[in-house]
Design a protein around this ligand. Structure first.
Ligand code: SAM
Length: 220
């Protein structure tokens, strides 16, 4: 088939695109739009809901809440909880209430937990893999010294690890695979559920990673 002008234009566009570096906006600088509806098929919301109801928690605090859709959905489905969402972006510079959820700025001391009385569940989806190793260790320390439980849903490689592995590196935006059960157990937290056995329905069996659900309580 003879090369046409169209082929030449398409090749030019493809080469130009392949040379363009994707832009990864930093969470620290990017405002987000609020959203109070997590889709029905969102697995992490269902797991957090189950844990919230089983544990009959009075407070639920979402770390790295982003648009707030997970915590707002939990608040709508379990109106009795005091719901909180914290994150690093400029949207959270000032505290505000949206859909019955109290939103405020994340601080690494997790001082929000000191304002709460009653049983408390901390949840995080896709947040801890964005922490660097020292941020994660500090987070684990701050959680473990409080009387709170923790449920996380995050990415894990499709093989067992006992050390940290770089997952992605886009300058200001890096993510990691962590041995969460090892890290939180070392801080004295007890694994209540480690859902590696649900990998084949929450995961991506044909890629090298899966979503993994872990639920920790304080050691008794
Ligand atoms: C992949 S997003 C997940 C957002 C949301 N939890 C969800 O499931 O849609 C990661 C979240 O972690 C937050 N985050 C990233 N790095 C952080 C850090 N070092 N400290 C606190 N939060 C961080 C981001 O602002 C973002 O909301």
């Amino acid at each position: 088939m003879p090369l046409t002008f169209g082929h030449a234009v398409a090749s030019f566009v493809l080469i130009k695109r392949s040379m363009q570096k994707p832009v990864y906006e930093s969470y620290q600088n990017t405002p987000v739009e609020h959203n109070n509806q997590s889709p029905i098929e969102n697995v992490s919301t269902s797991l957090f809901l189950r844990v919230t109801m089983e544990g009959n928690y009075e407070n639920v605090v979402e770390i790295g809440t982003y648009t707030g859709k997970v915590i707002a959905t939990l608040k709508r489905l379990v109106p009795s909880i005091n719901a909180y969402g914290v994150d690093v972006g400029p949207t959270f510079d000032r505290p505000f209430v949206f859909s019955g959820v109290n939103f405020q700025k994340y601080d690494s001391r997790l001082s929000i937990l000191d304002q709460l009385t009653g049983s408390t569940l901390v949840i995080a989806r896709g947040t801890l893999s964005c922490f660097n190793e020292s941020e994660l260790n500090h987070f684990a320390e701050q959680v473990s010294i409080r009387p709170v439980d923790l449920a996380i849903y995050d990415l894990y490689p499709n093989f067992s690890i006992d050390t940290t592995i770089n997952r992605s590196d886009h300058e200001a935006f890096k993510t990691f695979f962590y041995d969460y059960s090892g890290i939180f157990s070392l801080k004295g937290m007890r694994v209540i559920c480690d859902a590696t056995d649900v990998n084949d329905w929450v995961g991506r069996p044909y890629s090298s990673e899966s979503w993994r659900f872990l639920y920790f309580g304080q050691s008794v």
